[in-house]
Design a protein around this ligand. Sequence first.
Ligand SMILES: [Fe+2]
Length: 231
Amino acid sequence: MAIDAAVLASWVADARRRTIALYKDVADDQLVVPYMRIINPPVWELGHVAWFQEHWILRHVLGRPPLHERADALWDSAIIPHAERWTAALPSRAATLEYLGLVGERVLDALAARGVDAKLRYFTLLSIFHEDMHGEAFVYTRQTLGWPAPWWLGPMGEAAERHAVGPWPGDVAIESGVYRIGAECDPAPDFVFDNESARPSDRRAARSGADRAVPGARCARRSARVARVLP
Ligand SMILES: [Fe+2]
């Protein structure tokens, strides 16, 4: 499958729809949550997703000036320590969503106007996968805080609501056999995560089970995208 500008634009829009939807049902005051080491403040995380996309696509690839004068200080996760994200003078949720919308619009405009070369393709894929990973973080943040899963997650959402906290019940059976692990090198894929980039190897797995299932709907989405990227 050719990953052209139209495909990238559809993935950018799809990831953004999901990001917006994941907290849409949560009121502003509920989003102000107490400090926890294992999650990010939800409004900070929304801004960080926008900053990452702006930083890598609009500023790094396209050479545009920053859209937000305090963006790096607020949302660059390499600059702002985790604990300080909770006390930083963050823009409101509405202003953060506006920034998220503006960055998304500019990226889609750029993809439509200039097509895509290898560099733009790479960094657009990076921002899409980054946003999808934060989508997973938004889901586990909800679970950590004891909030119900978004209803639109369907059966997984209903199951998650029944088991909002604690271990996920049931086992996952893994068939014994040989599994190919790692990205193929020839032809080189457009994008791989660093932990997938090692030379592929065959690993044998014995039949086994786990006492905690990884909810399929949460992971299938990114895997499906990766599958489309990899040969
Ligand atoms: Fe991030």
